[in-house]
Design a protein around this ligand. Structure first.
Ligand SMILES: [Zn+2]
Length: 66
């Protein structure tokens, strides 16, 4: 996982996750089942310039495609 801002090079990084009401999720294309496979998304933010990067599924990607 990156621990350095790809935009300004600052190494003071905040770990977090993306959320909206109920939580923001990633759903694979073509996932049409009643219960959709999905994963929450974590991200990193730069303390200096505010860039958000390093989006990562919080579940193992293979869980979405099984
Ligand atoms: Zn930065």
């Amino acid at each position: 996982m990156e621990n350095k801002c790809p935009f300004c090079g600052n190494e003071s990084i905040i770990n977090g996750k993306l959320e909206s009401t109920g939580g923001l999720v990633f759903i694979p294309e073509g996932e049409n089942g009643l219960i959709k496979k999905s994963s929450y998304i974590s991200a990193l933010a730069c303390r200096k310039c505010g860039a958000v990067f390093g989006f990562k599924l919080t579940d193992k990607p293979v869980k979405l495609t099984d």
